[in-house]
Design a protein around this ligand. Structure first.
Ligand code: ADP
Ligand code: MG
Length: 297
């Protein structure tokens, strides 16, 4: 097990930020740590990386007890904090050399990292001359200098433009091939694009912890159907496997079913039995976005 978090609670004065949070991650997984602002994501990451202490609970990274041996743990963890604090007056290469000296990393590793994050062309520039996306690459390069087994990235794509977001996502995907990556975001599509697993947290509690494939295999289907004439809701409610239905306008309905079976043919049968004609029919699987909104709202 690469990351193991056991019943972590954190209280800031009177604010409970984390309430008995537990989860674990296998080697080589990319895990999306998803939740609205104030959910406790950054707090969890600061605890995981040994920068703050919880009030109770335990954290292990690659079997190292982070609370007892934070320095040992930090040797195998790469951390990109929220807002990526960089010394922006420094040159890229100079900054990375400085970071490398802290971790006693060989000089040639710096060049490898510069190349890995796509900074070769920019390495001679001052950090404050770089775009936000490239500054984020500097932060990522600094995080992977000591070749950590585990990467903790706190909202690595926040504040980037759409092209930069795609580039950083690709980079995270690439890094995830050889490392365990836990990254936080409040964007569901981000998780869909790069993760193997999703942990959804809200108000300091984990609401969902699932493989992305499992999450996608929810059996709810929403069918949008328009009949040629008026129909009573009561009649629709008699359909097998129905969860809910909503009249959109006129004779258009959204009907949600919980079923593995495609419900469209059943709707055709239903229409025929009731002397109705179908003017339009569309089936949607419940999107992860909808799921996220339902879970966190
Ligand atoms: P997220 O990263 O998911 O947005 P945080 O972990 O930053 O959430 O914050 C979780 C909760 O703890 C929030 O309600 C926040 O206001 C509170 N909090 C975070 N840091 C501190 C702090 N240093 N002192 C007091 N409250 C804090
Ligand atoms: Mg945060």
């Amino acid at each position: 097990m690469s990351i193991k978090v056991i019943a972590i609670s954190k209280i800031y004065k009177t604010q409970k930020a984390l309430n008995e949070v537990s989860f674990s991650a296998d080697k080589g997984q990319i895990i999306g740590f998803l939740g609205p602002n104030g959910a406790g994501k950054s707090t969890m990451m600061k605890i995981l990386t040994g920068f703050i202490k919880p009030n109770s609970g335990q954290v292990f990274v690659d079997e190292i007890d982070v609370l007892k041996n934070p320095i040992e743990a930090q040797k195998i963890i790469g951390y990109l904090p929220e807002h990526n604090p960089l010394y922006t007056d420094m040159y890229v290469r100079e900054y990375l050399q400085f970071q490398a000296s802290i971790f006693k990393v060989d000089k040639y590793e710096i060049e490898t990292c510069i190349e890995k994050v796509g900074l070769t062309e920019e390495a001679h520039k001052k950090i404050n001359e770089l775009s936000k996306g490239y500054q984020q690459r500097v932060g990522l390069a600094a995080a992977i200098l000591h070749n950590p087994k585990v990467l903790i990235l706190d909202e690595p794509t926040t504040g980037l433009d759409p092209n930069q977001i795609v580039e950083i996502r690709e980079l995270i995907k690439e890094l995830g091939k050889e490392k365990t990556v836990l990254f936080s975001t409040h964007i569901m599509q981000e998780v869909e694009a790069i993760c193997d697993r999703v942990i959804i947290i809200k108000k300091g509690e984990i609401l969902v912890d699932k493989k992305l494939t499992e999450l996608k295999q929810n059996n709810q289907q929403i069918i949008e159907v328009t009949f040629n004439s008026k129909i009573e809701e009561q009649l629709i409610q008699q359909l097998k496997n129905i969860v809910s239905c909503k009249n959109n306008k006129d004779n258009s309905w959204s009907i949600t079913f919980e079923s593995k079976e495609d419900m469209r043919p059943k709707i055709f049968d239903f229409a025929q039995e009731n002397g109705l004609k179908i003017l339009a029919l569309k089936a949607n699987n419940k999107s992860l976005e909808t799921l996220f909104r339902e879970v966190t709202s």
